[in-house]
Design a protein around this ligand. Structure first.
Ligand SMILES: Nc1nc2c(ncn2[C@@H]2O[C@H](COP(=O)(O)OP(=O)(O)OP(=O)(O)O)[C@@H](O)[C@H]2O)c(=O)[nH]1
Ligand SMILES: [Mg+2]
Length: 242
């Protein structure tokens, strides 16, 4: 009986075809993992503090895509959530809006401990609102140390007439450059916004996310350290924070 014989070319191509198939399967697997990690929703919680009427709720509303309101309604405490895509990653940004009219230190402590990042808002037409941030920043540092990104937000930039607006006259009569004080003395981030004109709000949130991941990558041990090699959880955290 005659047996079907493979042609010599087919015999030679068989290992190559197998290799190609293996490569294809591997590529499909990598693509699936990449897709899964980009659709994975990272939760990011921001707590917003500052004096009454500085525009905390207005900033949040503008971030959520709502229309700006001229009328004022004091906040007790509110929670908001929005999903955003930033640098090909999906985030669920949870925001804690706090009360500026009353001082609730116990509530603030709880909020600080829930947060991945803090916004400290002052209004460019109210120097006292900037002075108040000094104490708030101190509370945050005492509670969470330097590991938590803090951003000072100069809101109501639409009411500012000239470039000297960042220099505010304080109660003691001194002229203070608020950006300089925030960045150099308090060691925090600083940004400028207008909730009314929807200026700078995306940059504010993106800046906080960047700072959060930069800090997290810094606080994790370096790749070469021996105990890290034994820690798959820390390794995967490092990969996620990139
Ligand atoms: N011109 C201008 N007005 C603003 C801006 N942001 C807020 N306001 C106004 O400032 C007032 C206070 O705004 P809110 O957002 O309620 O202030 P808040 O900081 O949440 O106040 P509390 O909830 O009491 O702590 C309102 O009348 C707003 O319309 C802004 O960027 N520009
Ligand atoms: Mg409010």
């Amino acid at each position: 009986m005659r047996r079907a014989q493979a042609y010599p070319e087919e015999q030679n191509n068989a290992p190559r075809t197998l290799l190609r198939m293996k490569k294809q399967v591997k590529e499909e697997r990598i693509a699936a993992v990449k897709k899964r990690s980009s659709t994975y929703l990272k939760k990011f919680t921001v707590a917003v503090f500052g004096e009454a009427r500085t525009g905390k709720s207005s900033l949040i509303r503008t971030f959520l895509g709502e229309t700006f309101k001229n009328d004022y309604e004091p906040t007790i405490e509110d929670f908001y959530s929005k999903q955003i895509v930033y640098n090909d990653k999906n985030y669920q940004v949870d925001i804690i809006d706090t009360c500026g009219t009353e001082n609730f230190p116990a509530m603030r402590k709880v909020d600080i401990n829930k947060a991945d990042a803090i916004l400290l808002v002052y209004s460019l037409d109210n120097p006292r609102s900037f002075e108040r941030l000094r104490e708030l920043r101190e509370e945050v540092f005492q509670e969470r140390g330097i590991g938590l990104p803090v951003m000072v937000v100069a809101n109501k930039s639409d009411v500012v007439i000239d470039g000297h607006a960042l220099e505010m006259k304080m109660n003691d009569g001194s002229l203070v450059n608020t950006k300089y004080v925030a960045e150099k003395e308090w060691n925090v981030l600083w940004t400028i916004t207008s909730a009314k004109m929807a200026w700078g709000i995306e940059d504010m949130v993106h800046g906080l996310i960047d700072a959060f991941y930069a800090r997290r990558a810094q606080t994790l041990p370096t790749k070469g350290s021996s105990w890290l090699k034994r820690s798959p959880i820390l390794n995967s955290l490092r990969r996620k924070s990139k």
